[in-house]
Design a protein around this ligand. Structure first.
Ligand code: NAD
Ligand code: GLY
Length: 360
């Protein structure tokens, strides 16, 4: 029996179902959703469609759903405004209307882009997320952040649009390439660091073995769900804790060039920097810092910066970050594993020192 986590949010109730080998059971879970009718659109990418597109469509069609399929090119480059416009126009041409629903089948790129299309099509239609990457199952499919990138930056255009249903089948993770599987653990170790020390025990126990995956995903969704329920629109500071490791991580990702380093790999380095800043500024013990860094190494994530990634470029990007220009940096630190807070005491010099230490 799959596990269920329900988020009670201002916008709506959002249900997350996590199971193994459950993809073909989608129609029976959809049937329990009051806002979802029989007419819908499935949006997926060119890698995921040949793996799971037919299976999902056939299971729905056997239960009399009428679903239009739209496939977009795989990769971060598809998360742009032109793609959203193309998706919405294809939906209009297929005569979908405000009573239709949208299924996003894929990783975080599909979840964010298709979720955004659902947020604006006919001023908003219900969305069902079917996440197929570790990143999407533990993080991006839950919580309703949708959006696209522009040349000015990542995720700067978007909307909160909570899914009615998130339907995660851990079996789909078996087809992920190794690097893409491993990178998802950066967000898992982040969740353990900010909220749940005992999740680290599970990571240390299973490492990269594909066992206990339903438990692993469920425990991460529970952490994210609790944070989103507390601070759905990121206004009180609680949801900002999810940005632990992301300030410096995003700077490294952009400096390396999007696509060269996977998001989770850059976040791993951002986590190492934030862990060291926590040792220096908020009393994180050396033992706990070493334990977190060892967990990143265990799942084969980088903990040292490749010298080919230019220090000045990283710092230039970080300096341009709005958070720094405004003077007061809001930087997430740890007091101990599981106990995070937003600090205003980190200076740009501290950040510079932390970036330098990543090269050693
Ligand atoms: P992705 O969607 O690009 O997927 C990674 C690669 O794996 C792609 O090539 C994809 O086609 C392929 N793939 C997906 N599922 C597969 C499967 N089961 N088998 C084989 N291949 C598969 O990337 P991602 O890492 O899932 O997500 C990254 C995106 O998520 C970024 O754009 C990031 O900004 C966003 N994100 C959003 C949130 C949020 O809260 N909304 C949180 C974290 C990340
Ligand atoms: N991934 C960060 C958030 O959902 O807030």
């Amino acid at each position: 029996m799959p596990t269920t986590i329900t988020l009670d949010l201002a916008a709506r109730r959002s249900e997350v179902i996590i199971g193994e080998n459950t993809l073909s059971q989608l129609p029976q879970w959809l049937a329990q959703q009051s806002r979802i009718g029989k007419r819908g659109v499935l949006i997926t990418d060119s890698n995921v469609d040949p793996l799971y597109g037919d299976q999902v469509l056939e299971s729905l069609e056997s239960q009399n759903y009428n679903i239009t399929r739209i496939v977009i090119p795989a990769g971060e480059a598809s998360k742009n405004m032109q793609q959203i416009s193309d998706i919405c126009r294809a939906m209009l041409q297929a005569e979908l209307d405000r009573h239709s629903f949208l299924i996003a089948l894929g990783g975080g790129v599909i979840g964010d882009a298709a979720g955004f299309a659902a947020a604006i099509f006919q001023r908003g239609i219900p969305v069902v997320q079917i996440p197929t990457t570790v990143v999407a199952q533990v993080d991006s499919s839950v919580g309703g952040k949708t959006g696209v990138n522009t040349p000015e930056g990542k995720n700067l255009i978007g909307a909160f649009h909570q899914p009615d249903l998130v339907f995660a089948d851990v079996q789909t993770l078996n087809t992920l390439p190794e690097r893409e599987y491993n990178e998802g653990f950066a967000e898992i170790i982040k969740h353990a660091a900010i909220r749940d020390a005992s999740l680290l025990d599970l990571v240390e126990e299973i490492g990269l073995e594909k066992i206990k995956l339903v438990e692993l995903i469920t425990r991460n969704v529970a952490i994210k769900a609790a944070i989103v329920e507390e601070d759905e629109r990121e206004t009180t500071g609680t949801r900002a804790l999810l940005n632990f490791g992301h300030t410096i991580g995003h700077g490294i990702e952009a400096a390396a060039g999007y696509g060269k380093m996977l998001h989770g790999e850059a976040i791993s380095l951002g986590l190492v920097a934030a862990i060291r800043l926590s040792q220096q500024h908020s009393g994180l013990s050396d033992d706990q810092a070493q334990r977190l860094i060892a967990a990143l190494k265990l799942v084969q994530l980088p903990t040292q910066l490749d010298p080919s990634i230019d220090r000045e470029k990283i710092l230039r990007i970080l300096r341009l970050d709005k958070k720094f220009i405004d003077g007061q940096i809001r930087f997430v630190l740890l007091k101990s594993i599981g106990n995070a807070f937003v600090s205003k005491d980190i200076t740009f010099t501290d950040i510079e020192t932390a970036v330098d230490a990543l090269y050693q």
